[in-house]
Design a protein around this ligand. Structure first.
Ligand SMILES: *Cc1c(COP(=O)(O)O)cnc(C)c1O
Length: 376
């Protein structure tokens, strides 16, 4: 929460929930990553918040970009970054999208199987590829499961295949799971990566790069380690596993770059009980899972919620969104403590919402418009 955001909200007259992102915070976050990992290039994960103002600020600061689609590539180019600063990091791409990206100048692609390597070899000759390794996401609050990456035993074969088809087998990538609160979680993946580096070197393929992925957390309700602690843990692991042959490294922060830069203002639409005996109140907001708070799925991400009554006594509440879908409940299994004095019509501030909110808000379920966003 920043004073600039509070001042902006005080002057705002429009109705409906909105996200306000403070670019000063994004600028600070970029500087913090650059300082904590000085020899590592930053590839901002565009999906976290693709607002043109966020992208152009990061382009000006010298950031590179991790994209997942042709549209994201075009958004980054429009923001002023050149194609050599963009990776196509999605492991699941249509061949015609790879071709289009190649036409736009993109030369760095992610793969996790031989079929994807073949698509790239056909339409992006000579491009660099990195192979994504499976990572179990232990300890992450938003794990990325088994959808991306291949087994460590399979990765060398995928990269050998790339080299054989005329591509550059450039390196490896992994993602330790989003909102990863344990800096030690990079160690296992780096150990596996170093084994693959040695293995392939013996076969004449010299990998150059390790993509350390995202996972850097944003402060929600629980405390998180500082970015510096991540930098130190990662560097120690690089030293331990690669000795004095530390490869080129990149990181792909999304949440950690923009999460704490944004605040959503929402309104209490209704407060009610389901029976006289009910011990838990239901608090319905004008934003829910379909309005941008999709990461409350399974109550995984618990946002800090501020009200004007926070000094008062609190009681357990179920918090739900405004749509006519019964899954549009944010916190119920683990009720959320809100002030007893909270009233219908009160505004609430949902903190840490700069990442993964606007992009998740849907086009108009029940006629509710997508989440409005202001970047200041
Ligand atoms: C989503 C994503 C990221 C960003 O992850 P955060 O946890 O938000 O930092 C980075 N890299 C890839 C490949 C991703 O898909």
């Amino acid at each position: 929460m920043t004073q600039r955001i509070l001042d902006f909200l005080r002057a705002r007259r429009e109705d409906g929930p909105c996200l306000v992102v403070d670019l000063d915070v994004v600028r600070d976050n970029y500087a913090t990553f650059a300082k904590a990992l000085p020899d590592t290039r930053v590839f901002y994960a565009v999906k976290a918040n693709p607002d043109p103002a966020v992208l152009s600020l990061l382009a000006q600061l010298g950031s590179c970009f991790d994209t997942a689609s042709v549209v994201e590539i075009e958004q980054v180019l429009a923001a002023g970054a050149t194609a050599d600063r963009i990776s196509f990091g999605n492991t699941i791409k249509k061949e015609r999208d790879v071709a289009r990206a190649f036409q736009l100048g993109i030369r760095l692609f992610a793969v996790d199987c031989e079929a994807e390597v073949e698509k790239i070899a056909r339409v992006a000759p000579g491009a660099k590829v990195f192979c994504r390794m499976l990572c179990d996401g232990d300890g992450a609050e938003w794990p990325l499961s088994r959808k991306f990456g291949c087994d460590v035993a399979m990765a060398p074969r995928v990269l050998e295949h790339a080299q054989r088809l005329g591509l550059v087998a450039y390196g490896l990538s992994f993602h330790v799971g989003s909102q990863q609160r344990n800096p030690a979680m990079w160690d296992g993946a780096l150990k596996a990566a170093s084994t693959i580096f040695r293995d392939l070197a013996e076969r004449g393929i010299n990998l150059q790069m390790v993509n350390l992925g995202g996972g850097f957390p944003t402060k929600y309700l629980k405390d998180i380690p500082a970015v510096k602690a991540y930098g130190q843990a990662i560097f120690a692991s690089l030293r331990k596993h690669f000795g004095n042959r530390i490869p080129e490294t990149i990181i792909e922060p999304g949440r950690g770059m923009v999460g704490n830069a944004g605040v959503i203002e929402a309104e209490v639409v209704l407060i009610s009980k389901k029976s006289d005996a009910d011990t838990v109140k239901w608090v319905y907001l004008d934003i829910g899972k379909f309005g941008g708070l999709a990461e409350t799925m399974d109550e995984m991400i618990r946002y800090p919620i501020r009200t004007a009554y926070d000094a008062d006594a609190k009681e357990p509440c179920v918090i739900a969104g405004p749509t006519c879908d019964s899954v549009d409940v944010l916190y119920e299994k683990d009720p959320y403590f809100l002030p007893v004095s909270l009233e219908i019509g009160a505004k609430v501030l949902i903190e840490g919402t700069g990442a993964y909110t606007t992009t998740y808000s849907c086009a108009g379920f029940n006629g509710f418009p997508p989440l409005r966003s202001y970047v200041i």
